[in-house]
Design a protein around this ligand. Structure first.
Ligand SMILES: Cc1ncc(C[n+]2csc(CCOP(=O)(O)OP(=O)(O)O)c2C)c(N)n1
Length: 627
């Protein structure tokens, strides 16, 4: 049911907001917050970041015309208010649900969304591209990027800032500074912003000097103007670094990000300048919802929850362990026994399960910020320096560091362990977050060993093997969510490149990787009841594949099905098919992999069904093969 709101109801489409009177903005902000909380408590999503940008988004919509003007949201997780103000409020109930609206900006969803996003630190590059396109075409639309202080820690943002001075026309970068990434923001840039945030004494002093000069005889307006413009002296004296101004970007701020009229007049001034401008806006993450203000990390990305208590709905099952939690506990255990272990994450200590580790092993923990590329090269040199680094990064974000994995880790064979979390379909975050390319992109790198456990216990064994036994680069890839705890009796030691036979009954040979072993165990049982024999192998290694075993078993099986929760392009299905062809296998080899497409958002079970990697689809495929 779509709720009704006195003021928000007046906004049916983009730009309608301009018809409101200024005394309605306060009520509008309140109603947007209610709308956000009502919807996100049911759908789940990025609540705290959106609550923090309500006034900021209202002000941007008062200053810009959509779709002519271009507004690029960094990451895009904070674009819900923008969606609400551009005619998508009625669809908020379908946010992040299969076939509903996305939790991120999408060009295909609305012409008011300027750029598809999901990964951090891309907005300044994208806005700069739009600004140059405008300049070359001789057009005059406005271009804005909104980037959070967390996302400003990413290397791409610095690369873009380094280029901004090339622009000889206006572009506005709004720095939405809430002093938070998902967890507390870290690093030198964060410290610098804290100094700027608290540098109001500079503004006050500047104003005082101007007032004083105005009162003095003989000092005209042009002297005051000179003082105002003397970036080189006054600001340098009082604000250390002057980072942005020295980069050729006019800095304005800090501005109260919850004051619509102050924001509007600042943006209007910024847009008048014929140069790139950065407006530093201070906001409170979770603003207006006490629970989120008190615990912004928890409400950064939440599942459905009770609006009154904030408790997850349904309550988490205390009996199940997530793969992430198993990883975190295992790291604590191993680090207590092996003082060479160091753990690295990129702005996600909580998400990667390293919170407990980080508080116990402070000197052997590094949160590098949203800097996956740096994390990997840093780890390579830690390994070269005699440590055993474990780099915990989600599959989708590790894509960022592909070159560093090849160039800095693998070429010199450094013993770096990659804990690749969220491997496979992640669900509601959609295309930009699915972890379905890692098997392909990792197994194509020479010398990199790639493993995927069938259950929680095997994850622990693989981590032990990766850290304490293996030499050289190695990745362990595991899915989001509760660990499979079936097949506990299959617990042979991990041997590099060796698979594990679970059932050997002849019939159809199922070669399954990681999470697909659990699906196949169910398939095996159901087929048996139908009188169809099958054999099941837990591959354990995507690289090196256990080709000896595959060769041996291929002699006894006419039909081989290869299964992976990963893209077919370059995954194990294609690799095994190529190998079987090479050895002259004459039977049928059928892939069960994710098609070569971008997988949209939605419930993971639905997405598995749609992409035909769920138990029923596998059984259907096998039935057809045996008819
Ligand atoms: C490359 C990459 N790494 C990690 C993430 C996960 N992530 C999403 S939002 C976020 C924090 C962003 O902080 P900030 O930009 O300050 O925005 P806020 O939510 O605080 O408004 C992180 C680390 C990501 N989206 N992209």
């Amino acid at each position: 049911m779509v709720m009704s709101y006195e003021t928000l109801d007046k906004i049916k489409k983009a730009n309608d907001i301009k018809g409101l009177s200024p005394d309605e903005y306060g009520r509008l902000a309140k109603e947007i917050r209610r709308c956000l909380i009502n919807n996100v408590s049911k759908t789940g999503g990025h609540l705290a970041s959106n609550l923090g940008v309500v006034e900021l988004t209202i002000a941007l919509h008062l200053c810009l015309d959509f779709p002519e003007d271009k507004l690029v949201w960094d990451v895009g997780h904070q674009s819900y208010v923008h969606k609400i103000l551009t005619g998508r409020r009625d669809q908020m109930e379908s946010l992040r649900q299969y076939e509903g609206i996305s939790g991120f900006p999408k060009l295909s969803e609305s012409d008011c969304d300027a750029f598809d996003t999901g990964h951090a630190s891309t907005s300044i590059s994208a806005a700069l591209g739009y600004a140059f396109a405008r300049q070359i075409k001789g057009e005059n639309n406005k271009v804005f990027a909104v980037i959070g202080d967390g996302s400003l820690s990413g290397g791409m943002a610095f690369e873009a800032l380094n280029n901004v001075m090339l622009l000889k026309s206006n572009m506005v970068i709004v720095l939405n500074d809430n002093n938070m990434s998902i967890s507390k923001n870290v690093g030198g840039m964060s410290r610098y912003l804290t100094k700027l945030r608290t540098a109001s004494q500079y503004q006050n002093l500047k104003n005082n000097i101007e007032d004083y000069l105005k009162k003095m005889h003989g000092f005209g307006d042009n002297v005051i103007e000179k003082v105002r413009r003397s970036k080189g002296s006054l600001k340098h004296l009082l604000i250390p670094g002057m980072f942005f101004e020295d980069m050729g970007i006019t800095y304005i701020g800090p501005v109260d990000g919850h004051n619509v009229s102050e924001l509007v007049s600042t943006f209007n001034n910024a847009m008048k300048m014929n140069e790139p401008v950065l407006v530093h806006v201070k906001t409170v993450k979770g603003k207006g919802y006490k629970l989120a203000e008190e615990n912004p990390s928890f409400f950064h990305g939440v599942g459905p929850f009770d609006k009154r208590t904030g408790a997850p709905v349904p309550a988490p099952d205390k009996k199940t362990r997530s793969y992430t939690a198993i990883f975190g506990k295992k790291m604590c255990k191993m680090a207590a026994e092996n003082e060479n272990i160091v753990c690295i994450c990129a702005a996600m200590p909580l998400g990667t399960g390293l919170s407990e580790y980080s508080s116990i092993f402070r000197s052997r923990f590094f949160d590098v910020g949203i800097a996956e590329e740096h994390a990997v090269t840093f780890a390579a040199a830690l390994a070269a320096g005699g440590m055993t680094p474990v780099v915990a990064i989600y599959s989708t974000f590790l894509q960022r560091a592909y070159d560093q994995i090849i160039h800095d880790v693998c070429e010199s064979g450094q013993h770096v362990v990659f804990a690749v979390d969220r491997g496979g379909i992640v669900g509601n975050d959609g295309e930009t977050h699915q972890g379905i390319y890692d098997i392909s992109y990792l197994s194509s790198i020479p010398g990199l060993t790639v493993m995927a456990p069938k259950n929680g216990t095997e994850l622990e064994k693989m981590l032990d093997y990766a850290v304490n036994v293996h030499e050289g680069p190695i990745a362990v890839r595991y899915p989001r969510g509760s660990a499979y705890e079936g097949l506990p009796e299959y617990d042979s030691d991990i041997e590099c490149g060796k698979a594990e036979i679970i059932h050997n009954d002849g019939g159809i040979l199922l070669l399954a990787l990681g999470s697909m072993v659990a699906e196949c165990e169910e398939v095996y049982g159901k087929l048996k009841k139908e009188g169809i024999d099958s054999s099941l192998v837990n591959l354990r290694f995507a690289k090196p594949l256990d080709t000896d075993l595959i060769c041996e078993l291929s002699k006894e099986h006419d039909i081989i099905v290869t299964l992976e929760e990963s893209s077919i392009a370059g995954g194990i299905s294609q690799q095994i098919a190529a190998y079987l062809q090479w050895i002259g296998y004459e039977g049928k080899c059928v892939p069960v992999s994710i098609p070569d497409i971008f997988v949209e958002h939605g419930d993971p079970d639905i997405l598995k069904e749609v992409n035909k990697i769920d138990t029923d689809s596998i059984i259907d495929i096998i039935r057809q093969l045996t008819e």
